[in-house]
Design a protein. Sequence first.
Length: 176
Amino acid sequence: MKKLLKVALISVFLLSFAPAVVAQMSGEELPPGVTADDVYRISNKMYCEVCAGVPLSDCPSVTCRAWRQEIARLLGEGYSDSDIKSYFAENYGSAVTGVPLKTEDRNIGLGLPALLIVLAGVVIGGRLLLLYQRGESRALQAARAAGLRSDYDRPVPDNVDADALERFMRLVEERK
């Protein structure tokens, strides 16, 4: 138990220095007033054009490192997040930003799933309404099966007690 505690404490102590080591290893210098968190916030929402689907913040390539430096430079010059994304889309293509910048493409990308969800809701709601309008309550189905009413044509099953069913039907009629 003591050995496990000792290993855990040493691990926590060593891991507390990991962010400093990673920051030193990256070699990326930031302009004054710009933090690594600011660069990460933007680069995490952008994608490397070489490594398909890898966020710019996680890509180890030289190109991505240069792009992160460029993001830091633009932040230092006072650009906003959307300005930086527009800048990258103009210079490197809209695939870098991960979101279509053309209004028509964005409307299709965001509107089509919403339209499909609404359509599915209408179809499911219509089916439920149809089932509700067509369906009968279980009590009326049981009465038809027991032959307690003349307008029900199904015979009574052998395992149904007619007296119990009669009491049940009276109870149902009283609640209407």
